[in-house]
Design a protein around this ligand. Structure first.
Ligand code: AMP
Ligand code: TRP
Length: 329
């Protein structure tokens, strides 16, 4: 089985868009790859954050990923900071990288465009070499990431090759795996825009932890059109088409079949069924999420995950130290 590594940076609440567009793919990977998933908590502190808030975000993210189907029996889930080798190889990768190439990282440029050098943390600058270490420690073949992280994986490839050239073959050169844009779930209040947590009004965006009544209301008041028939036409009926995509991807029923069932019927009835399907899925996730937060699954998962990850990371780091001449014996 090919190996896959990915880091999760918990940033606020997850949406139905994240779930359909990304998370569910991720859950599928655990069947086809040897998957290592970690919560990138060392990457979270490159910008100031309250300890209480950070701890809650980390715990929530793990609980939600588990609730959505990541299975600790199938993949290795751990906390980045629990496996100390990340920080050390991160430093080594920092020493392997150049100011010029890190300065060209678009994420760094975007995040610092309005700030002065006196207020930008150095951590933000050396974020990519730490990410390279996360990946290279495990000899990952693939790194599933969003488009925005592709440049960081490319830097990782450069660093791996640079190390291999300088010190002999050591690291697997990984490939980014950018999921084909399958479902692109649109905002319920403005179907020309992507459903996103950064929307000003919350009406168009369903969060996985939304109260079921609130979620239902958002769907019932989703923007449609004057055509008055349930039909898939993204140009003329973007709102209805979006609801069809949501319903089809959650229920597994084809869009054609749903359209046929609603022949001659109105939007009210259709929306009610979409809301039923969405709420059923949310309820399942939320029940599992609450169960996980009450039980000891998170603690057990992280302990077992860190042990397994450490075992691999330790050996890799020893090899690196030996090649570089850092160790003596
Ligand atoms: P973001 O929350 O924008 O950082 O995105 C995290 C992941 O979720 C990325 O892989 C996105 O492609 C995916 N994603 C976010 N919003 C949507 C959406 N509305 N429809 C489909 N996928 C989405
Ligand atoms: N930088 C990634 C993000 O912002 C998170 C991350 C950290 C990561 N280390 C990684 C992703 C290693 C993949 C592999 O989403």
């Amino acid at each position: 089985m090919k190996r896959m590594v990915s880091g999760i940076k918990p940033t606020g609440e997850l949406t139905l868009g994240n779930y359909i567009g990304a998370l569910r793919n991720f859950v599928k990977y655990q069947d086809d790859y040897e998957l290592y998933v970690f919560i990138a908590n060392l990457h979270c502190i490159t910008v100031p954050i309250e300890p209480k808030e950070l701890r809650k975000n980390l715990k929530d993210a793990i609980a939600l990923y588990l609730a959505c189907g990541l299975d600790p029996e199938k993949c290795t889930i751990f906390l980045q900071s629990d496996v100390y080798e990340h920080a050390q190889l991160g430093w080594i990768m920092t020493c392997m990288s150049y100011m010029g190439e890190l300065g060209r990282m678009t994420q760094f440029k975007e995040k610092t465009s309005n700030a002065t050098n006196e207020s930008i943390s150095t951590g933000l600058f050396v974020y990519p070499p730490l990410m390279a270490a996360d990946i290279l420690l495990y000899d990952a073949d693939y790194v599933p990431v969003g488009e925005d992280q592709k440049q960081h994986v490319e830097l990782t490839r450069d660093l791996a090759q640079r190390f291999n050239n300088r010190y002999s073959e050591t690291f697997v050169v990984p490939e980014p795996l950018i999921a084909k844009v399958g479902a692109r779930i649109m905002s319920l209040s403005d179907p020309s825009k992507k459903m996103s947590k950064s929307e000003e009004s919350n009406k168009g965006c369903i969060y996985l932890l939304d109260d079921l009544k609130v979620a239902r209301k958002k769907i019932m008041s989703a923007v449609t059109d004057m055509e008055g028939r349930v039909n898939y036409d993204k140009e003329k009926q973007p709102g209805v088409s979006n609801l069809l995509e949501i319903m089809s991807s959650l229920s597994g029923e084809s869009i054609d079949s749903i359209v046929a069932r609603y022949e001659g019927k109105g939007y009210g009835e259709f929306k009610k069924e979409v809301a039923d399907v969405v709420c059923r899925e949310l309820e399942k996730i939320q029940n599992r999420y609450n169960e996980i937060l009450r039980g000891s699954l998170i603690k057990d998962t992280l302990k077992q995950g860190a042990e397994k990850a450490h075992h691999i990371a330790f050996r890799k780091l020893k090899k690196v130290q030996r090649k570089m001449g850092i160790d003596i014996f």
